[in-house]
Design a protein around this ligand. Sequence first.
Ligand code: NAD
Length: 455
Amino acid sequence: MSIAFDVINPATEEVVRSVPLTTADGTDAAIARAGAALPAWRAVAPADRARLLRRFADAVDADIENLARLEVANSGHTIGNARWEAGNVRDLLNYYSAAPERLNGKQIPVSGGVNITFAEPLGVVGVIVPWNFPMPIAAWGFAPALAAGNVVVLKPAELTPLTAIRLAELALEAGIPQDVFQVLPGKGSVVGQRFVTHPAVRKVVFTGSTEVGKQVMAGCADQVKRVTLELGGKNANVVFADADLERAAATAPYGVFDNAGQDCCARSRILVQADVYDRFMELLEPAVKGVVVGDPSAESTEMGPLISAAHRDHVAAFLPDGAPVAFRGSAPDGAGFWFPPTVVTPTSPSDVLLTDEVFGPVVAVVPFADEAEAVAMANNTEYGLSGSIWTSDVGRALRVSRGIEAGNLSVNSHASVRYSTPFGGFKQSGLGRELGPDAVDAFTETKNVFIDTTF
Ligand code: NAD
């Protein structure tokens, strides 16, 4: 018997839709159907597979407003962000539609014959998605996986299945064959776990918490299953005294409070050179208070609610009475899982506000003395996903970029994610890279073939 999950609108607390949860048996059946669809899909001529992916992209493009409205209702994302997220799915499909015709092997000079390599698909790929960016993170996995000739089973987060379900419908409408791309709403402990343990699933792409990511990696080890992990972050925004301070302060709130801080790339630690710390805080306060928090469907809104009541409790627990709150922005009263943008100034390096991923609109600001201390503080975490460096000195920008142990750094900017550039974490922020020109490699195995030409 299947159980259903009530999807809640986090801005209103109303039920949006009830979604049946896939059972363990249902997961096995879907994996079997995916396996049956594999031979025909991998045999589709490269140009035809490319064309089908472009048709899928066109179908997403025609549905952007609908997908975006669905995400606003399901996840509380601002409508502006949600349109960007749907557009990102389209862009990924278009970008990786170029891959099938460019999966070049190599011809390697050897004696006695000809040696060639092939990029073979892995087979059934399981993609496990968190609730914070349901559309982009799904597509970072399924677009290059499908392009490389794999079939995909995808599990959205329990809280946010609606756009993934719609994307699967659009894929079918666009002509992607039945069972090549299946979306299985369900629990991590049931559907996600089955991706890990089922021998026919040859790779798991997991995005989520570091804690669950470690379990997934350990589980995959049993079958030497390929795994890509995109995990948590505690990213530093490093502001040097020689930076454009006005711009650094004006943009800092958006570097952390975008998506209500529920972003693995959120710059949740701002490290400011001591000489300009007081001035930076003076500039930061009006910028934080100016963040427009409210109805995510309104065009002018910059920050919506948190995803759930339980998550709001989790975020609030980081700020007990006596927490070092410097100032806060605003948030609506009444229904909805609201939390105001909050700036804290912890003094101990071991304060959880400096070590743990809050995953909400809370940012810690601390001073540093010099470049060496800034790099040491930025690296004083087990995470290593992203970060920003604000300086007008190009040499320093490059030195600090090389010094910080993180996969994605931006100078005088908070941009982290572009579909055409590689994305992923150092240390416990992940394993492997997604996006960019090489992502398809993570969905193929290299096969080497030697042909003896001596007789
Ligand atoms: P989570 O780890 O709780 O869940 C992620 C997904 O894993 C969900 O679909 C969940 O159902 C599933 N899951 C749970 N238990 C499982 C199990 N035992 N086996 C298999 N799957 C299981 O994370 P979340 O709370 O949904 O997302 C927030 C976390 O994701 C944050 O830590 C954030 O930093 C991280 N994240 C990382 C990136 C990145 O690219 N590095 C991007 C977005 C989010």
